[in-house]
Design a protein around this ligand. Structure first.
Ligand code: SF4
Ligand code: SF4
Length: 522
């Protein structure tokens, strides 16, 4: 069943309207990217523990071959996006706001694009065991492609029938980004297959596909695909264009009227939320046996010659993708990973695209004007009006700025989704969200330090206890040895005394015998 007419929509607090800049990158179909000479694959492309390399420098690898295994439940494996030789396993710059390097597997591609043997397709997924399907999703390295990069298999694990609603997040509310829009326009049927698989695994009663009303073509093709597949209780729901309607909490509230609890997740209220690109990847894994080795990336902004969407192999450099989109224009001012609201600046374009990168915005000064100098807060309250998480951004700002992190947490710092609405509306041009990111980083690093210190203290206490035990054992051994020596010594002395006494006795007896003999003669 496809139903584009609601459903009474819920409402979330705040949010902002702004030019969406979607049209620039949706004028041409998604294009495939040429295989670059080198791919750089960070071991950490997901939330959780980094993957562990299972290849060595010099190994020849095939497309789709496992090159790094998941190193725990919350982790995801990585596969070779094409065939080639492992050139290095070394540190390289990765797409992260910190600008730091991390461990990467670097493949020199051979241009042959030869596939490894893939696991067999599970065409009849409705008859397959849930555990088999979830394992396929896990071993295919699928993570949330909306940017969260949480390993998808974990969301799929059995929840004792506690999940009744599946939400497909197709809102794509951030300006400039259009990769989900283009995926829906061009691949709606495969997306719907992925939705069917996820519905089957979770055993949900209904599925709501939330799409903003600025994507009429995507809404049309998704509605047609849902209708053609005769998916039961599945609706394409058109939602108003309002940033950030694609936030997990905001979309849940819009579509179901239910609020995800503070510090909680949608599963706490019987909902699982998956990004539209993620369910497409799930269909690939289950129906074709293909791991996650590529994704659509939006190349946009006035700084790139031909804004468009590209099917990119994971590990392709940002610079390589910009070249495929016609190169830089004279207006190129800033390279942003993600959109203008939640993205971050890259210092170089020699950074690889990872599973979570949905957009490279080559911004001109018109796209992203340089921030005006901040002035003092005038306590206008506009930031609180705009905040979709119903926080008090001004208070958070004071406490984050004065490094009063406990107080910032009292004001629910960790409920902040870093959407940037507050900074956007602030008449004093205060980059509020930067302060929250700073505060969060400080708190995390303090917690990390504390846990390190706790670990070191525990190790120190264990060492002291071990040394004390060894000393006590040594003392006990010494005591035992001394006691044995003492007892041996006293035993020796007694024997000596007894021997002397016996010798004296024998001598006396001899003397007495001699005397008796003399008396007899006399
Ligand atoms: S919007 Fe800016 S100036 Fe107004 S209260 Fe918030 S921080 Fe202060
Ligand atoms: S960045 Fe955080 S505090 Fe600011 S509007 Fe968004 S959720 Fe609210």
């Amino acid at each position: 069943m496809s139903d584009t007419s609601p459903l009474t929509l819920g409402h979330f607090h705040g949010g902002i309207h702004m030019p969406d800049h979607k049209a620039e990158s949706t004028t041409q179909p998604v294009a495939a990217v040429k295989i670059p000479p080198r791919l750089i694959l960070p071991l950490q492309q997901h939330i959780g523990a980094p993957a562990k390399a299972v290849v060595s420098v010099g190994d020849h690898v095939l497309k789709g071959q496992l090159i790094a295994a998941a190193s725990g439940r919350v982790s995801a494996p990585i596969h070779a996006p094409t065939s080639g030789i492992i050139a290095e396993i070394s540190d390289h710059l990765v797409p992260h706001s910190s600008g730091l390097s991390a461990r990467c597997i670097i493949i020199d591609t051979d241009g042959k694009d030869e596939w490894a043997e893939l696991p067999p397709p599970i065409d009849d997924f409705a008859s397959a065991d849930n555990a088999v399907l979830i394992e396929r999703i896990r071993e295919s390295g699928i993570v949330g492609l909306g940017g969260a990069t949480f390993p998808s298999s974990i969301k799929m694990e059995a929840r004792n029938n506690s999940i009744d609603t599946l939400i497909i997040n197709a809102a794509e509310c951030e300006p400039y980004i259009t990769c989900d829009d283009m995926l829906m326009r061009e691949q709606a049927e495969h997306i719907v297959s992925g939705i069917h698989i996820v519905q089957h695994i979770l055993g949900v009663k209904r599925c709501l596909i939330g799409v903003e009303d600025n994507k009429p073509e995507a809404i049309k093709s998704m509605s047609a695909a849902v209708a053609a597949a005769s998916l039961q209780n599945t609706s394409v729901v058109t939602i108003p264009t309002l940033y950030p309607s694609g936030g997990e909490r905001q979309l849940t509230l819009l579509l179901t009227g239910k609020e995800v609890p503070s510090h909680g997740i949608p599963a706490n209220i019987g909902i699982v939320c998956q990004n539209v690109g993620t369910v497409y990847a799930i269909a690939d894994a289950v129906l074709k046996g293909r791991p996650l080795i590529s994704r659509i990336v939006t190349l946009t902004g006035e700084g790139v010659a031909q804004p468009q969407n590209l099917y990119s192999l994971i590990g392709t450099s940002a610079g390589g993708l910009v070249s495929q989109a016609g190169g830089y224009t004279d207006k190129a001012h800033q390279l942003i990973c993600g959109g203008p609201m939640m993205g971050f600046s890259l210092r170089t374009d020699e950074i690889p695209v990872t599973k979570g990168v949905n957009c490279l915005l080559v911004a001109s000064t018109a796209d992203c004007p340089p921030p005006e100098p901040a002035t003092a807060c005038i306590r206008c309250g506009k930031c609180a009006e705009a905040c979709p998480a119903q926080l008090l951004p001004q208070q958070l700002y004071w406490h984050s700025r004065s490094r009063n992190f406990d107080k910032a947490q009292d004001y629910h710092l960790f409920d902040c989704i870093e959407c940037g609405c507050c900074s956007h509306v602030c008449p004093s041009h205060i980059q509020l969200v930067h302060y929250y990111r700073f505060a969060k980083t400080q708190i995390w690093s303090k917690e990390k330090e504390k846990s390190k210190a706790d670990h070191a203290r525990q190790r120190h206490e264990a060492r002291v206890a071990r040394l004390e035990r060894i000393a006590a054992e040594r003392k006990a051994r010494m005591r035992k040895k001394k006691a044995a020596l003492k007892s041996k010594k006293s035993g020796d002395e007694s024997a000596k005394k007894a021997a002397i006494a016996s010798a004296v006795k024998r001598a006396a007896a001899k003397k007495a015998a001699a005397k008796t003999a003399t008396d007899t003669k006399g």
